[in-house]
Design a protein around this ligand. Structure first.
Ligand code: GTP
Ligand code: MG
Ligand code: ZN
Length: 351
């Protein structure tokens, strides 16, 4: 296996050259489990831990390795490695973590397409779809909506759901899928490209792991029946990156317990398709759309293509999560005198 088969390309290569040390290699994180990592490269998959030095220099959980990250490693033995650095992320998916604290949590990094999965049978919620779309857009990740379990609803019901999405002004591609009959699988296969990474997002029990099993043609992942009320059981417990035979990669995630990304914005029901499109063209994936160089949103606002109120609502949605990150980073800095300054996240390069 070559690194390019794991998604390595010129974007990463250009960055990697400047910071690589002799005796160290690049590898991709394929799983994370309480302080342990699984990394993969030409040599195969091995367990890894971060070095103490890396931990000391890391100010925020956001900068810790996550699934999909490219990390610089050295081998301690044939089957264990140490992680020395994380390469800047080309794109990412993050959310506010479950619970009351203000921590942000990285879900996955270097994702090409987010498959936002909702079931037709239960769980369908346009406002939540929109929040996932904003979350993907914020991290420079393209989205595709997947409506699963179409075998459990009539075609009229399915059409109503699609109409509800379009009615809310969401123009994102929709794929209607049944993991049971296989309808829609072909459309998903057609989207998949070698070396590309896809992340499945959505509530517990909607069929994310089942979809991966359908694509691999075997029981790669554990799945479980859900109750008729649609109450999920959280069958998948850790995020992991799976390389399919066709060459595409999938990150399976546990269903989200709480989607607290934008608490207080319930019922906003406004589509931000236009801003998300613009934000994809901003130079930096973590652009705040205020005064960053290369921002594509602000010029549209100044040029009158975006209404100030619409822009304001979008900023309100995204600001909360940002201030959470800042608050958390500050807290960490204060609590850890050993943390060295100037070791924050490396800004992604110009595109
Ligand atoms: N009828 C029907 N059942 C499905 C479909 N897709 C998945 N299921 C069933 O739904 C249940 C839950 O599927 P999973 O794949 O475990 O769901 P998940 O999204 O991975 O859930 P978590 O891992 O908890 O996040 C299983 O019993 C599947 O067989 C579908 O298209 N139609
Ligand atoms: Mg699952
Ligand atoms: Zn911007």
């Amino acid at each position: 296996m070559e690194l390019s088969e794991l998604g390595w390309g010129p974007w990463f290569h250009d960055l990697a050259g400047a910071v690589c040390s002799p005796g160290q290699r690049w590898a991709r994180v394929t799983a994370v489990d309480r302080g342990w990592y699984v990394i993969r490269n030409e040599e195969g998959e091995v367990a890894a831990r971060t070095t103490g030095r890396f931990l000391n220099a890391t100010g925020s959980t956001m900068d810790m390795p996550c699934v999909g990250d490219w990390v610089r490693v050295s081998y301690d033995s044939e089957n264990s490695a140490s992680i020395h650095a994380v390469l800047p992320r080309k794109s990412f998916l993050h959310r506010k973590s479950a619970g009351k604290n203000s921590e942000m949590q990285m879900i996955a990094a270097n994702i090409d397409v987010a498959f936002i999965v909702q079931s037709c049978h239960f769980d369908f919620n346009v406002a939540r779809l929109e929040r996932y779309l904003v979350m993907a857009g914020e991290g420079h990740v393209q989205s595709v909506l997947i409506l699963t379990k179409t075998d459990l609803v009539s075609s009229e019901a399915l059409e109503l759901l699609i109409a509800a999405i379009r009615g809310a002004g969401i123009g994102t591609r929709i794929i209607a899928l049944s993991n049971v009959t296989g309808a829609g699988l072909e459309q998903i296969r057609e989207l998949m490209g070698p070396g590309k990474t896809y992340c499945l997002l959505g509530s517990s029990g909607v069929g994310k792991s089942t979809l991966i099993n359908r694509l691999t043609g075997q029981e790669t992942l554990k799945t479980a029946r859900v109750s008729d009320s649609g109450e999920g059981r959280h069958t998948t417990v850790r995020r992991q990156l799976i390389v399919l035979e066709q060459g595409a990669m999938f990150v399976d995630t546990p269903g989200m317990r709480e989607f607290g990304l934008f608490a207080g914005s319930e019922g906003m029901g406004e589509s931000f398709d236009d801003i998300r499109e613009l934000a994809l063209r901003c130079r930096f994936a973590n652009c705040g759309h205020t005064n960053e160089p290369g921002c594509a949103v602000v010029p549209a606002l100044k040029g009158g293509e975006l209404l100030p109120e619409h822009y304001g609502n979008y900023m309100k949605l995204t600001k909360e999560s940002e201030s959470n990150v800042t608050a958390y980073a500050e807290k960490r800095k204060k609590g850890r005198p050993g943390t060295r300054a100037g070791q924050g996240p490396i800004k992604p390069p110009k595109k």
